[in-house]
Structures are given as structure tokens and as C-alpha cells.
Design a protein around this ligand. Structure first.
Ligand code: UD1
Ligand code: CA
Length: 458
């Protein structure tokens, strides 16, 4: 059997009250539609047809590189049945068609695969049991068997009490779906072509119809407004935190951890509250992350300790490093073993060799710092001349005194010393002490202003 997927995403998403297309709003750091496409792609369909409308160009641009996707523009939007009918001519006639809504980011492959499998030569749809079914299409049953779907706007008071709702996930062979859609009319309260009408038509024609109740309603329910988006986010975050805990990570409060990407962690890591992970993050074993840290696209080796309020982005951190509190590691930072980066230290495109320390208030950018160096408080690499960036090369065992200004391009050789407060503009040779500051002079017999004013001065 070949499978083709149709994803409906032409809706205006009015209830989001947003300039951004609904399916581009992020959940766990990625657009809603990305989650749906990933799940659909995992079924290995021949193609995924995405139906877009008004904001279609934004959506297309966002997924330009997504494999197997082809785009269908639906304008005007005359309903979900019309949307599927627009896509069907692009689907192979021998395919089984799976229809999914673009705003159900928590859906997973298992449910979709079940729906496709159960369709067989008939129709299968996924339903959900809701405490508050308002707004959804209700599943009408007769003697326990599905008889049709009535939309909220068209439902009688009695039908509105039904708690089993349509999720919009539906599968059928191409020919059957095309045939059933051909019989759908827009004769309803909204004047739309409802995809949902195919169910009743199928039942009337004795086509087998299977309804699959989803075990977790949250996972198949669409997002219409920002409150639902926030609930879906928490649901997903809870699952991601649970997966980390199952892998042996201590999460101090699963409700106060956010993963917007992918985290792989070794055993016995401890993640404190308010931590945000973005992109691809890899943690070794025994890594400790303090409260309120943001870590993006980085690798942290075993036994690394990140103290509170630190931001780490695009860094490779070897085992045993101590980072923060209040450290900022920017892209291109590479730390050797047991490096210490302390409070208010910023690094960018910088490598620090094993055992190097920059414990307070320093900027190390476009620089290589050798092993066992000490970068004093307030020391900075002046890497930018207003036009170009230049590098600072510091050997191993170098001591850079407090408040030193290292003007790049610059080389400081192994075991050299830079005196505190120096401005260094040329090479410091091995084991030399460089002093680049005005000599101290003490002025004797000086009259302070207060004494001058009192006329007591000389
Ligand atoms: C639809 C279903 C309803 C179901 C609910 C689940 C129909 C008629 N109703 O209702 O039974 O309980 O979803 O969330 O199918 N779309 C298009 N083109 C259109 C209209 C809609 O692509 O012309 C897309 C939207 O982008 C959206 C999806 O179809 O992703 C559903 O549309 P929406 O207007 O939200 O349908 P509901 O009224 O919620
Ligand atoms: Ca609607």
C-alpha cells in the first residue's frame, strides 16, 4: 500500500489574533506544522500535501527544505472538504490518503498508523472524548456504531451534549474519498464543504466506517487560541521532562524546565529550576545545571557544573569545567578540562586550555588561551578595530593581570606575565613581564581642594 498524507493548514487562525500564521507559532521551539510534518514523515508516505491559504507564502518559506512536501493553495477557503478536494487530484489514485489537521502538534505516529491500517477499503477516523466538547464536530452513533458527524454550528441541543468529538484525522483509499467528497454539499449553517460529511455518506452507502478513540485526547486536539497553545506546550514539556528523568536525570521541578529542541544526557545529571534548553544539547554524566540557565546548541562533558544565571550558546565544554554564576559563553567557545569561567565573564570564538581560569568580569573573544592561564578580573581582548576582528594568541601558563587590555592582533607567549592595568599592543615573549602603563608618581605637598577652599592652603 502506498500512503499519501494531506495536511490542512489553510485556515486563517483568527482566534490566535496574530500576524503570524497559526501553524507557524512555536511549540517546544518549533512551528506547530513542523511537529505534524515530522510525525507524518515517520509513516514514510510517498508525499505530504500541505494545503495552505492566505499566509501560504510564509508557511512555504519556513518549510522550503522539508523533504517530500508539495504545496496546494486553497483560495478561497470553502471548508475542509473543499481543501481535501483541492489536494486529491495531486494524489496517486492507488494511494491510501491520510488527512491530518496542521494544528495538532501533539499527535504521534502510532495513532496515525493505526488510522491508516484500520481504514482498509473503508473509512477510519480518530475521535476523542472531551469534558468540554464545545466547538468540535460531534460523533453521532446509532446502536453504538458511527452514523455521522455533526458540526457544532449545526448541532441540536441534544447533539451538543455528545462528548465524543471528531479530531479531523481520517484515512481512506483515494477512490473512495474522491467519490464520497463528490457527494458533499455546502448545505449547512456555515455554507462550507465539510469533510466530515463523508462519514454519513459512507454509512448510507454501507461503506465500512471505523472510529478509533484516542487514548489521550490532548494529543489529538487542535490548537485554536493561545491558551490552548500554552496548555499544549506544558503537556509536551511534561513529556520531555519525563523522558529525561527516565534516562536518569534529576529534574528539580518538571514544570519549570523547558526543552526547545533535543537534549541527550548521561546519568545523574541534576537540572535545577528555570532552565531552558534550545537546539541540540548534549550533557555528559554528573552534569549540574543551576537555576535559570539558558543552554543552546552545546556539549557539556562529565562533571561540568554550571552555576545559576548562565547563558551558554554554541560551546564545547570538556569535563570538569566550572561555569558561572552569570557567565556568558557565546558561539565558538571551546573549553578544555577543568576550565573555570566565573561571574560576568563573556567568551566568543575562544578556546581556553585545560585548567585555565577567567573568574571575574573578563571578555575573551577571537582568542586562544593556553592551558593553566589565569585571566585576571576586568581583563579584555580588544578584538575589534571598528572594521575587522583580530585574534589574540595566548600561550600556556600565562598570567594576565587585572584590568589588562590586550589589543589584537597580539601574541603572548608561554609563561609570560602581563602586569595589571597594562595596555598591551605588541608581542610579549616567553617568561617576560610586560608592563604597559604609566609609572606611578607621588606628588608631595599637594593641597586637596577642600583645604584650598578654606584658605588654609599654601
Ligand atoms: C474541524 C472539523 C470538526 C473537528 C475539528 C477538530 C470540519 C468541517 N470540522 O472543525 O469536526 O472537530 O476540526 O479541530 O472539518 N482548513 C483548510 N481549509 C478550509 C477550512 C479549514 O485548510 O477551507 C484547515 C484549517 O487550517 C485547520 C483545519 O482545516 O487546520 C480545521 O479547520 P477549522 O476551521 O479549525 O475547523 P473546525 O471548525 O475547528
Ligand atoms: Ca471553523
Amino acid at each position: 500500500m502506498t500512503l499519501e498524507v494531506i495536511v490542512l493548514a489553510a485556515g486563517a487562525g483568527t482566534r490566535m489574533r496574530s500576524g503570524l500564521a497559526k501553524v507557524l507559532h512555536p511549540l517546544a521551539g518549533r512551528p506547530l506544522l513542523a511537529h505534524v510534518l515530522d510525525v507524518a514523515a515517520a509513516l514514510e508516505p510517498r508525499r505530504i500535501h500541505v494545503v495552505v491559504g492566505e499566509q501560504g507564502d510564509d508557511v512555504k518559506a519556513c518549510f522550503a527544505d522539508y523533504p517530500k512536501v508539495s504545496w496546494v493553495t486553497q483560495q478561497p477557503r470553502l471548508g475542509t472538504g473543499h481543501a481535501v478536494a483541492k489536494a486529491l487530484p495531486l494524489v496517486a489514485a492507488d494511494a491510501t490518503v491520510l488527512v491530518v489537521l496542521g494544528d495538532v502538534p501533539l499527535v504521534h505516529t502510532g495513532i496515525l498508523a493505526d488510522c491508516v491500517r484500520r481504514a482498509g477499503t473503508g473509512l477510519a477516523l480518530v475521535t476523542a472524548e472531551l469534558d468540554d466538547p464545545a466547538g468540535f464536530g460531534r460523533i453521532r452513533r446509532r446502536d453504538g456504531r458511527v452514523a455521522g458527524i455533526v458540526e457544532d454550528a449545526d448541532a441540536s441541543e441534544q447533539e451538543r451534549a455528545i462528548r465524543e468529538v471528531n479530531t479531523g484525522i481520517l484515512a481512506a483509499p483515494w477512490a473512495l474519498l474522491a467519490d464520497l467528497l463528490g457527494a458533499v454539499s455546502a448545505d449547512n449553517v456555515q455554507g462550507e464543504y465539510y469533510l466530515t460529511d463523508v462519514v454519513e455518506i459512507a454509512v448510507e452507502r454501507d461503506v465500512p466506517v471505523v472510529a478509533l478513540p484516542a487514548p489521550q485526547a490532548e494529543e489529538v486536539i487542535g490548537i485554536n487560541d493561545r491558551a490552548q497553545l500554552a496548555r499544549a506546550e506544558r503537556y509536551r514539556q511534561r513529556r520531555l521532562a519525563e523522558a529525561l528523568m527516565a534516562d536518569g536525570v534529576t529534574v528539580m521541578d518538571p514544570a519549570r524546565l523547558d526543552i526547545r529542541g533535543r537534549v541527550v544526557a548521561g546519568r545523574d545529571c541534576v537540572i535545577d529550576v528555570g532552565v531552558v534548553f534550545e537546539g541540540d544539547v548534549t550533557l555528559g554524566s554528573n552534569v549540574t545545571i543551576g537555576p535559570n540557565c539558558v543552554i543552546r546548541d552545546s556539549t557539556l562533558g562529565d562533571d561540568v557544573e554550571v552555576r545559576p544565571m548562565s547563558c551558554i550558546d554554541g560551546a564545547a565544554i570538556a569535563p570538569g569545567c566550572l561555569i558561572g554564576p552569570y557567565a556568558r559563553l557565546r558561539p565558538g567557545t571551546e573549553l578544555g578540562e577543568a576550565v573555570h569561567i566565573g561571574n560576568f565573564v563573556e567568551t566568543k570564538k575562544a578556546s581556553l586550555g585545560a585548567g585555565a581560569k577567567a573568574n571575574h568580569l573578563a571578555y575573551v573573544g577571537d582568542a586562544a588561551v593556553g592551558a593553566a592561564c589565569n585571566i585576571g578580573a576586568g581583563a579584555i581582548t580588544c578584538n575589534y578595530d571598528g572594521v575587522d576582528k583580530h585574534r589574540t594568541e595566548i600561550g600556556s601558563g600565562v598570567f594576565v593581570g587585572s584590568n589588562a587590555t590586550l589589543v589584537a592582533p597580539l601574541v603572548v607567549e608561554d609563561d609570560a606575565y602581563v602586569a595589571a592595568g597594562s595596555t598591551i599592543t605588541s608581542t610579549v615573549e616567553r617568561e617576560n613581564l610586560a608592563v604597559g602603563r604609566g609609572r606611578q608618581r607621588n606628588i608631595q605637598g599637594w593641597t586637596p581642594p577642600a583645604r584650598r577652599r578654606d584658605g588654609k592652603g599654601a
